[in-house]
Design a protein around this ligand. Sequence first.
Ligand SMILES: Cc1cc2nc3c(=O)[nH]c(=O)nc-3n(C[C@H](O)[C@H](O)[C@H](O)COP(=O)(O)O)c2cc1C
Length: 307
Amino acid sequence: MNTKTKIAGIELDSCILNASGPKDATMEELEAIANSASAAIMMKSCTIEPREGNEEPRLYVFPEGCFQSMGLPNLGYKKYIGFAPQLKKFKKPIIASLAGFSKDDYVTMVEAFQRSEVDLIEVNLSCPNVEGKPIVGYDFEQAEKLLKSFVGLGEKPVGLKLPAYYDMNHFQQMAKLVLKYNISFLTCINTITSLIINPETEATVIKPRKGIGGVSGTFIKPFGLSNVRIFYELLENKVSIMGVGGISTGTDAFEYLLAGADAVQIATTFEKEGPGCFERINNEMKEILKRKGYNSIESAKGKLKYL
Ligand SMILES: Cc1cc2nc3c(=O)[nH]c(=O)nc-3n(C[C@H](O)[C@H](O)[C@H](O)COP(=O)(O)O)c2cc1C
């Protein structure tokens, strides 16, 4: 059985790929992803200028997940544009992830990546970890101004990486914008703003932003699933959806397919387990699909039953 899928018309050999963030900021790391079973090569979210990111300690790994405030350490967008031609030889879709600090930043980067050799452009509207930078995905007026400024700058499909929503009114507002501006795909969800305390030291576990960071891993799967499901229903299959959040097994990936995902991305499990996780999760998911009589990703997509 194959687990091929399509995101905004771009073919993926399987529905499992890396998420933007862990181990995808340098050429060596991107080559390791290219040589793994990840169906695409997703790059670290880039900014106009290179960034060192936040002060250490900024990443706390615990059994159920990760908690971090990395602050977007990356090499600057020009480097990632330069990496794309070198990554072409791996014959996998290449996905850029962009994180601007202003409308001009987004326009500059979308324009540049539209002229580059990447296949898809994921615009990150959900980074919670930069001091003084609000999450644009929660400000619908601001989000509309941004979308208006960068759609139509080229032919490559542009998608949005969204924060988790909890209120139906917010889902509806975002879905309206997605349809109005012909956004090609959604990636749901980014990390969830939270606090982890060490009761022994009575202190925070990370240094930046008074210990407030983004949690990922097992705890956030139910939020990722609800976001995928609600957008799947609101968008009526007109927009590809990538699910991300708390996937560490084939069962987790299968649940995202039932919710309506076309593909799933893996961050925390890749950070902890390394590039072997993509093949393992794909094999586990194939077993489940076979056992349940599904012969493709498409046949399982959205098939959640209601009681
Ligand atoms: C160390 C780390 C760095 C991350 N950096 C980014 C980033 O640069 N851009 C982005 O869109 N998401 C970033 N994320 C969020 C992930 O892409 C993903 O949305 C989130 O971690 C949930 O998936 P998971 O439970 O599989 O980790 C980061 C996550 C982690 C753990």
